[in-house]
Design a protein around this ligand. Structure first.
Ligand SMILES: Cc1cc2nc3c(=O)[nH]c(=O)nc-3n(C[C@H](O)[C@H](O)[C@H](O)COP(=O)(O)OP(=O)(O)OC[C@H]3O[C@@H](n4cnc5c(N)ncnc54)[C@H](O)[C@@H]3O)c2cc1C
Length: 494
């Protein structure tokens, strides 16, 4: 028997550190670690101790014989990673050793360092991995500031509500909200309620973890039409984001078009097409709208072919294994069937081999998700409201709502430098250019890519820079406090 890692893996590698026989890969430092969607247990080396399942923040690890329903495939997915691969295993003689997380004494501040006060702006994964690192490696006092009145960033308002195990990572982060060296200041926006300069004066160091809140535009005519929605609107709507009303998504038409082939497109397609009673966690207003929805079909459009789709294996499998909706592949374009047939088994396109083609599928008995590839957009059609999208080549796909899910980009923070081409704050190893004592982490630092766990190593880099600066006298000693404390105190809603 062995354990297996499943769909909600967040790649933060907590399991790698916990495994006593080094049987989880790719591990930090190994070539695939930066690009992998998930980690895999080597069934040949697993000793079935369960340490990985114990520490997993997103409940993604199970004994193989307990895998049921859509998770059944993951025994094979885990074993498949090791087929023909030469990785260190316990059997290869590397038990009880991890190159990951070595003790690094250079990350500890001098014992006589007076007191380090750090503000962390944002409360999403990047902020919380940084907070965790600061609390575990320094005696710093940390003030977490977030513009919203509920903490969590995209874990709370982005991750799909029916991905309950992924959402669980929020509980891991929330443990630190009540830490005796932490203050939580919610409903405080930097740039509106307090300036970057004020924070820089008040705190020895400020870490910005403000994410990438903008949905990318398509840059085509018709984007100003009503019914053309950013993915952030739809995702915020089904997650109960306080700034998005319950009627933000009009479901009175039979078809919705979702543009983009990433995991967010699949989340949106799944939520709009699934039986609402099978969806856990959806915000009450959105759930009521989904119950009354007239939508019969969600068409997901990809500019390129099936092999270029950015969605991950886990997300695609999760959609294909549902029995409350149908998935078909649109084969208007003759290249699509061939590309799927010839796809590498390691890629996600090979998973589409058993999916019916639209030309062969009968009348749908349930709601349907149509995956259409080689479908670049010419413009969005309509007079004042969207009626559809025109594809390059002239085909029109009629739809009452168009959702653009082609990625995110950061917003400038007033008072900080900003690179508009990448949508990030320029930095070197997390240190903001020309702003000693100011740091960035997460999506505002490296751009909008990577799952929750990718922010852990990113936070380790930023906190290492901060600690090094503390040790070399770059940071203040807490002597120059100013009344911004009172501003933050007054604005605290929790
Ligand atoms: C729709 C969606 C679904 C996703 N689902 C998954 C998933 O299932 N699994 C997975 O591993 N990864 C998922 N991801 C990726 C994951 O959410 C990101 O890796 C992660 O959230 C990035 O963390 P962050 O802390 O940089 O940004 P965020 O999580 O966006 O946090 C930024 C925080 O900063 C706050 N903030 C912004 N500006 C200010 C300001 N001026 N003042 C004060 N506060 C401010 C915001 O309110 C927010 O709380 C998803 C991403 C998206 C977009």
């Amino acid at each position: 028997m062995a354990f297996a890692i499943t769909q909600s893996c967040c790649v933060d590698a907590s399991c790698v550190s916990a495994c006593p026989v080094n049987c989880i890969h790719p591990a930090p430092g190994e070539p695939d670690f930066g690009s992998t969607d998930m980690l895999f247990v080597d069934p040949r080396a697993c000793i079935d101790c369960g340490a990985c399942a114990e520490v997993c923040p997103v409940d993604a690890v199970f004994p193989v014989e307990e895998l049921v329903g859509p998770l059944r495939d993951y025994a094979e997915v885990n074993a498949g990673y090791y087929a023909g691969r030469d990785v260190p295993t316990a059997l290869a003689g590397s038990p009880l050793f991890h190159a990951w997380d070595p003790v690094r004494f250079d990350r500890v501040l001098p014992a006589d360092f007076p007191r380090l006060d750090v503000a962390v702006v944002g409360s999403g994964p990047a902020a919380m991995y940084a907070v965790e690192d600061l609390l575990l490696h320094t005696t710093a006092h940390v003030t977490i500031i977030d513009r919203l009145t509920e903490p969590g960033g995209l874990v709370r308002f982005g991750v799909a509500p029916d991905h309950a195990s992924t959402k669980k990572v929020g509980e891991h982060f929330a443990r630190y909200h009540a830490h005796h060296r932490v203050k939580l200041r919610l409903g405080v926006e930097v740039g509106r309620d307090v300036t970057a300069d004020e924070l820089a004066r008040r705190y020895d160091a400020v870490i910005y973890a403000v994410g990438a809140a903008e949905s990318r535009d398509l840059g085509i005519p018709g984007e100003d039409l009503r019914g053309n929605l950013a993915s952030t609107t739809v995702v915020g709507w089904y997650n109960g984001h306080p700034e998005i009303p319950a009627d933000a998504v009009d479901l009175s038409g039979p078809r919705v078009v979702v543009v983009g082939t990433g995991n967010v497109s699949l989340d949106i397609a799944r939520v709009l097409a699934a039986d609402p009673s099978a969806l856990s966690g959806v915000a009450p207003g959105a759930l009521a709208a989904l119950r009354g929805s007239a939508v019969r079909e969600v068409v997901v459009l990809g500019r390129r072919g099936p092999r270029d789709a950015a969605w991950t294996r886990g997300e695609l499998l999760g959609l294909l294994r549902r029995d409350d909706l149908e998935v078909v592949v649109d084969d208007h374009d003759p290249r699509v069937a061939d590309e799927i047939a010839g796809a590498d088994t390691a890629g996600t396109a090979s998973l589409l081999r058993d999916v019916p083609l639209l030309s062969e599928a009968g009348e749908p008995s349930r709601r349907r998700v149509v995956l259409r590839f080689h479908a670049a957009l010419e413009d969005i059609v309509g007079t004042d409201h969207v009626t559809g999208v025109r594809l390059v080549g002239g085909d029109v796909v009629e739809a009452g709502v168009v959702v653009r899910a082609i990625g995110h980009r950061g917003r400038p923070v007033p008072g900080l430098p900003f690179d508009p081409s990448s949508g990030t704050v320029p930095h070197v190893q997390g240190r903001v250019q020309d702003r000693p004592g100011t740091y960035v982490v997460g999506w505002i630092k490296r751009g909008a890519s990577g799952g929750i766990g990718a922010n852990r190593a990113d936070a380790a880099e930023t906190v290492a820079s901060l600690i090094a600066d503390g040790a070399t006298g770059v940071l203040g000693d807490g002597a120059s406090r100013n009344p911004v404390t009172r501003v933050l105190g007054r604005l605290t809603r929790r």
